[in-house]
Write a protein that binds this ligand. Structure first.
Ligand SMILES: Cc1cc2nc3c(=O)[nH]c(=O)nc-3n(C[C@H](O)[C@H](O)[C@H](O)COP(=O)(O)OP(=O)(O)OC[C@H]3O[C@@H](n4cnc5c(N)ncnc54)[C@H](O)[C@@H]3O)c2cc1C
Length: 323
């Protein structure tokens, strides 16, 4: 018996969010005495190297023409085949969009399995804590089924670091191909900025920005800080920024070193996606805005005045330190 962690790649590169699931697997390994293996798809040489340094028993790379692009059906077939091979009692992935899409499908493929989503703590071999109601309540759940499938809340576990021992990387050809659904194309938002869930600084914009034209004020601040841009759902629903910028319960979960919320009220559904950030700065003209309850630093001010000022000051500081 063993533990199987699914590691996500994007354009071949390892998604750092997957390292949280590896940490969760290490905790489970300590509690159960089982080894953990890692399974990935389409990794670059660099990603293989990184994965081989995470203390896994083995790193499996699932191969097949039909696995070059993600579909939940074909990836679930591959995961269940490797899970069978390593006799996986636990299957884990971080609860990214990929993990949230893939794992529930595994429950229907793997007999005698059950799943808990967004695990934040491992209590024992069967018992786990998870957040419910947008993070307002913590519930403790037990899985009695033999096979346990867990999506792991990325911000609740540190990212696993390198170990000295190197794992073998093994390629596994997966023949079975689900043909009733077919990958056609992937349209990605291309950006020079860091990826939202991996950035160490996130500058997020809310409805207070009033007009999509004004978002450039926030972009200028993000660029001087080397930050990713996030948004509240109000901004995304208005069509001012694409869906994949949304932070919150129905968007992405982030926990950067610094989160700057600009013109965001701090609704519970937004806070659910960013409250684990190390330092939270809020800029809002309403002193009663709920965002100030969780902010480490709050600025009651008109964003149209203070954000450009802040950008100018940071630019000047950068120039001074460069010169
Ligand atoms: C099931 C469900 C899921 C949801 N999921 C999400 C989610 O994932 N993410 C999410 O964000 N929301 C989510 N929501 C929506 C959420 O409830 C809020 O409606 C949304 O977060 C509000 O966005 P906002 O803070 O940008 O807008 P508002 O609540 O309208 O806040 C705008 C803020 O800007 C401030 N402001 C205005 N002008 C200025 C100015 N000139 N200078 C400074 N400050 C200014 C105002 O004081 C105000 O606080 C969800 C809701 C539901 C029901």
């Amino acid at each position: 018996m063993s533990i199987l962690v699914i590691a996500e790649t994007r354009n071949g590169e390892l998604k750092k969010a997957s390292l949280s699931a590896v940490t969760c697997a290490k905790i489970l390994a300590e509690k159960t005495g089982l080894n953990y293996n890692i399974l990935t798809f389409e990794p670059s040489e660099k990603a293989k190297e990184e994965l081989s340094q995470l203390g896994a028993e083995k790193v499996f790379v699932a191969k097949g023409e039909h696995l070059k692009n993600y579909t939940a059906e074909n990836y679930a077939i591959a995961v269940s085949e490797i899970a069978k091979k390593v006799d996986a009692k636990y299957i884990l992935a971080t609860a990214t969009t990929f993990g949230k899409d893939l794992l529930p499908r595994l429950v229907s493929k793997i007999p005698n399995s059950a799943m808990i989503s967004e695990v934040i703590e491992v209590i024992d071999a069967e018992t786990f804590k998870k957040l419910v109601y947008a993070g307002d309540i913590i519930s403790t759940l037990k899985i009695k089924s033999e096979k346990k499938i867990l999506s792991v809340r990325g911000t609740a576990f540190d990212k696993a670091g390198k170990v000295d021992k190197k794992s073998d990387v093994v390629e596994e050809e997966i023949k079975e191909n689900y043909t009733r659904k077919r990958f056609i194309t992937l349209e990605e938002t291309k950006s020079e900025r860091p990826e939202l869930t991996e950035a160490s600084i996130v500058v997020s914009v809310g409805r207070g920005i009033k007009d999509p034209e004004n978002i450039k004020i926030v972009e200028e601040l993000a660029d001087v800080l080397g930050a990713a841009i996030g948004a509240s759902r109000a901004v995304v629903d208005a069509g001012w920024l694409p869906n994949d910028f949304q932070v919150g319960q129905t968007g992405k979960t982030v926990a950067p070193q610094l989160y700057i919320a600009i013109g965001i009220s701090g609704a519970i559904q937004h806070v659910a996606g960013m409250k684990d950030s190390k330092v939270i700065v809020a800029i809002n003209k309403d002193p009663e805005a709920p965002i100030f309850q969780i902010a480490d630093i709050g600025l009651v001010a008109d964003l149209f005045q203070v954000v450009p000022e802040l950008t100018q000051k940071l630019k000047k500081l950068k120039q001074e330190s460069a010169g």
